[in-house]
Design a protein around this ligand. Structure first.
Ligand SMILES: [Zn+2]
Length: 67
């Protein structure tokens, strides 16, 4: 077992022995999901929840304005 630093809140995150590169760990302090990108040494990457390219945008102002 080893520990890594949370990239968001800088607290220690425990990396269990059975975790591998590509696995996700959740920070117990800020509850953000981090991806393990390397194990020796441990490196984490923040998962971007807001980076979903679903193409769904707020279209509110379609009221047919005439010029
Ligand atoms: Zn954190």
């Amino acid at each position: 077992m080893q520990t890594a630093r949370c990239l968001v809140c800088n607290s220690d995150i425990i990396i269990e022995d059975e975790m591998y590169e590509g696995d996700l760990v959740s920070c117990s302090i800020c509850s953000r999901d981090l991806e393990i990108i390397s194990l020796h040494p441990v490196r984490l990457a923040v998962i971007n929840d807001e980076d979903k390219n679903s193409g769904v945008k707020d279209k509110q102002a379609e009221t047919g304005e005439e010029e």
